[in-house]
Ligand binder design. Structure first.
Ligand code: AMP
Length: 290
């Protein structure tokens, strides 16, 4: 396993592997790796000859006052986990510096932006977040030139936005989605779970309870949005330390609000909840019965 720190070194490695005829996979992460990330890496390992895991805490996707400075940075431990817990290991860990991805001379700034899909859900509460995500993903795809890139469906809106990005621009990359990996009690694995106190950790199961409840009601044929959102809100409200940011049901492709769920329609039920300063999200893609 090689640790590469510069775009040039990464690019050279990718070209060399491609020339050998390898199929290349990229798994973009912000590090502090957990079982959710490892599931993505295993998926990449099965599908490709050459796997790169990028580890980069991307400043442009954090808003003012968000946790950019305090975000856990554990590169040594991350590399150990990749070595010990991935059968066959990975070929490259790409961990560029901030300066490498955003050179100081990069003025005026250049952004890659996906419209419409970023208007609601997290996009409504974190202005500029998705612009930061699509810009860094573009830079990573150009540096790593993968045939496929693996993302978690846990970040559902991000996943839909990146699928659109990859469809719209000629990266020639296949976007692969991996289902959300959860703790035994249902809590979605997240690097931000580390921020929770014991009490908050116990209460944080309300996120998955809320989206599972929405899933159940939609599968049972509930077509009205109101009662589903009310259910999710009530479940989150039962946790004393939880502060609901949003609970929504939107069309899974357009990510736009809907008035009613149509038979056979795929929708996304999603929540974002604060426990103290920790912001957690969860969601479920659900197809309504015909
Ligand atoms: P992050 O390091 O949080 O930016 O996440 C890097 C990638 O891992 C993203 O594609 C996430 O969607 C994915 N990911 C994070 N947590 C999970 C999880 N619990 N299950 C599946 N994928 C996840």
């Amino acid at each position: 396993m090689e640790l590469l720190r510069t775009v040039d070194a990464m690019h050279a490695e990718a070209l060399e592997a491609s020339c050998r005829g390898d199929r290349l996979a990229l798994v973009p992460t912000m590090g502090a790796l957990h079982e959710g990330h490892l599931a993505l890496v295993r998926e990449a390992r099965e599908r490709a000859d050459h796997v790169t895991v990028s580890v980069f805490v991307n400043p442009t996707q954090f808003g003012p006052g968000e946790d950019y400075e305090s975000y856990p940075r554990t590169l040594d431990r991350d590399m150990e986990r990749l070595e010990e817990e991935i059968d066959g290991g990975v070929e490259v860990v790409f961990a560029p510096t901030r300066e490498e991805m955003y050179p100081a001379e990069e003025r005026p700034p250049v952004w890659v932006e996906v419209e419409a899909l970023t208007e609601h859900l997290c996009g409504a509460h974190r202005p500029d977040h998705f612009r930061g995500v699509t810009t860094i993903v573009t830079k990573l795809l150009l540096a790593c030139r993968p045939d496929l890139a693996v993302f978690g469906r846990k970040d559902a809106q991000q996943f839909v936005v990146i699928e659109r990005l990859a469809e719209a621009l000629p990266f020639g990359v296949e976007i692969v989605g991996v289902p959300t990996v959860r703790e035994e009690d249902g809590l979605a694995r997240s690097s931000r779970n580390k921020y929770l106190s014991d009490r908050q950790r116990e209460q944080a199961t309300v996120l998955s309870e809320a989206v599972f409840r929405a899933e159940e009601r939609i599968r049972q044929g509930e077509q009205r949005i109101g009662p589903i959102v009310e259910d999710m809100t009530r479940i989150i409200g039962a946790a004393e330390e939880a502060e609901l940011e949003y609970a929504e049901v939107v069309d899974a492709r357009s990510l736009q609000p809907i008035e009613r769920i149509e038979p056979g329609q795929e929708v996304l039920a999603a929540v974002a909840v604060y426990f103290g300063d920790a912001r957690l999200i969860d969601n479920a893609f659900v197809t309504a019965p015909n």
